[in-house]
Design a protein around this ligand. Structure first.
Ligand SMILES: [Zn+2]
Length: 480
């Protein structure tokens, strides 16, 4: 066939014939006796990448119609805006290697916004050195591993190296977009709005992340929202939405509210809020959705009974398991008052003298906690109703949303990077590896180029309206 090609002229052959011929020639060139399968595969991968199909990206770019130096609509206000500078060069790394092209720069005085129409036409990220496709893959590595490890693992999958620093920059850049985007738009892009659920469960909790500087730990607030099937007594698969914010309740609450709005919170049949005893969580629940079921996490309820038991009997007492069984039995029957009554019966039995005050305090703590949460401890009713009684979803979210990436041995985060990574991780876990990058880009772009969204809820919610005073007070109370 090789000879025929020379005779007939290349254009007379079909693409398939040419590719087959090229494959044969490359096989002749690369094959040697004693080759292993791995060597063959790698040689084939290399051929596809470098030889068999010369990267046609630059060739395709060169086929675009030349850009006319006319005024173009500003993406923010729509006003026609003249060219400010012609033929500015940009080089981006693409999946097929680096590509360079030129395009005009426009600047809208009214919006004080500069833009490149060709970049937008090509749907390139506004900033940075990567195409969207490559940025997506770099980000996937960056949100899943420490940056040094990312660079090493990247080298296993791709020939073109990516530096540790580039992973860091991409995470910072897209994380910033995540923070700057309208949070409602972001939530909708991550997981599209659907009909309101029959039962929506909301769990909120906080956990600490290691931070650089004077304050070595900072709380990350995490929420998980999921649809629950009362008949099956189980969460509806793939319905989870995550919110994670470092920087206190004041910043967390409005972001959570946007997520709740995308879940059509005001039309949901039954909103179930499961949490530990932290007062701020219930305050938040009251403010975000007044009519709802609140449930105190079962394990926290039992744990408090056991704290009291240890205060009375000592940490090593052989009677602790008996105490636990009894407490669980009474709680499962849905009767915290019965636990309170049995514990109160212990009061006359507390020996006078040393330790008496501590023991009475342990009883008082439990009684106060159970009385404050009595309405949230109707476990029998909740169970019969097919509702969840544990906050396991948010506890596991701490691990799979945040800790798996942000709490590795020796890690200390600059606060700004911690905030961005927390947002990225929540977005990643909500939308999944294939969709989260595109969702963030779209939400960020739309935030600045589309009219503001119409809100069903008019921010009738106190944290957003009155600033962070309530939440600061709540946090101080919690840390005391
Ligand atoms: Zn404009």
């Amino acid at each position: 066939m090789a000879r025929k090609i020379r005779k007939k002229g290349l254009r007379e052959y079909s693409k398939e014939e040419l590719l087959r011929e090229l494959g044969e020639r490359l096989a002749d060139e690369k094959f040697h006796d004693g080759m292993t399968m791995s060597e063959m595969e790698l040689a084939a991968e290399e051929m596809v990448r470098r030889d068999a199909a010369p990267p046609p990206v630059a060739a395709m770019l060169s086929r675009m119609k030349p850009e006319k130096p006319t005024a173009k609509a500003c993406p923010r206000c729509g006003k026609r805006t003249p060219v400010k500078a012609r033929d500015r060069e940009r080089t981006v790394k693409s999946l097929a290697g680096p590509v360079t092209f030129q395009r005009n720069y426009h600047y809208c005085e009214k919006c004080q916004h500069g833009f490149y129409p060709v970049d937008r036409l090509l749907d390139l990220p506004e900033e940075g050195e990567l195409t969207g496709e490559l940025e997506k893959r770099v980000l996937d590595f960056a949100v899943n591993d420490v940056y040094g490890e990312c660079a090493a693992r990247w080298g296993l999958h791709y020939r073109e190296p990516v530096s540790e620093n580039l992973f860091r920059r991409v995470a910072a850049r897209v994380g910033e977009q995540c923070e700057a985007a309208d949070q409602g738009r972001l939530q909708e892009a991550l997981k599209p709005r659907e009909e309101a659920a029959e039962v929506l469960v909301v769990e909120v909790d906080g956990s600490m992340l290691p931070i650089r500087g004077q304050e070595p730990w900072k709380e990350a607030k995490v929420a998980v929202l999921y649809r629950h099937d009362q008949k099956a007594k189980a969460p509806i698969p793939r319905s989870s939405r995550y919110v994670a914010v470092v920087n206190g309740l004041g910043e967390f609450a409005p972001v959570l509210e946007e997520a709740l709005e995308v879940e059509n919170i005001d039309e949901v049949g039954k909103v179930v809020w499961v949490g530990d005893g932290a007062v701020c969580n219930w305050t938040l629940a009251d403010q975000l959705r007044p009519r709802r079921v609140q449930i105190l996490d079962w394990h926290h309820a039992v744990e408090h009974a056991m704290d009291c038991a240890k205060g009375l009997l000592g940490d090593e007492s052989p009677w602790l398991p008996v105490w636990q069984r009894r407490a669980e039995q009474l709680l499962a029957a849905g009767d915290p008052d019965a636990v309170i009554a049995e514990v109160m019966d212990c009061v006359p039995l507390v020996p006078r003298g040393r330790g008496q005050r501590e023991m009475l305090q342990a009883i008082e703590d439990l009684v106060r906690y159970y009385r404050a949460n009595a309405q949230r401890m109707k476990y029998r009713l909740f169970r019969d109703d097919g509702l969840p009684i544990g906050s396991g979803a948010v506890e596991s979210a701490h691990r799979h949303v945040l800790q798996t990436r942000m709490k590795r041995a020796g890690q200390r985060w600059a606060i700004r990077n911690a905030r961005r990574m927390a947002r990225l991780r929540a977005a990643y876990r909500t939308a999944g590896a294939r969709r989260f990058h595109e969702a963030i880009r779209r939400a960020h772009r739309d935030t600045f180029t589309r009219a503001p969204r119409a809100r069903a809820r008019r921010q009738h919610f106190r944290y957003a309206r009155y600033g962070t005073r309530d939440s600061d007070r709540c946090e101080r109370a919690a840390s005391n």
